[in-house]
Write a protein of this length. Sequence first.
Length: 195
Amino acid sequence: MLMTGRTHDLAAVTALAGVLLIEPVAHMSLATLLLALLMNQIGGIAPDIDQPTAPFWRNLPVGGVIGRVIDKLLGGHRFLSHSILGIGLFGVASYWLLMFIHPLMPGVNVPYVWYAFLIGFVSHLVMDTFTKEGVPWLLPIPIKFGIPPLKKLRIATGKTAETFLIFPLMFVVLAWIVLSHYQGIEAFLRHGITK
Ligand SMILES: [Zn+2]
């Protein structure tokens, strides 16, 4: 079973907000802000590219078909994109892609957008680590890690715990971050957005 895309989307943006608390950004262009938010969300569901039933595939027109092919190849388990190696591969590929399209959008700060993507990506793996299936962080070493280590205590995805505990909890964290830094966020929106 999978965590819902909704949970991963929220986790990605919460992680991004958390990083911005520690490492505030004074200025960025509107294009950078919007693309960073988009890439953060894509990063939040991208690891499920190896999970055929994932929202990542469901949301694409021919995704169902491609997803089923990948399911056959990988056996439907969390695989390469759910590992440190996967972070490296997707990190390199996404940076390369961003640099490739950068000439089309010169006003965009590529590193910011890239970090936003990576933050979303890593947040996904962290969230999955709390689920029963665990995450094979050290692939090709085929051990799945989970928190807590005892499987019984972990979350069954798509079930009550995710809907009524994890999702609301994450929402509270995000709301707390936003509300407790409201003035700073407002100041950023007024003065921090450059051309
Ligand atoms: Zn996943």
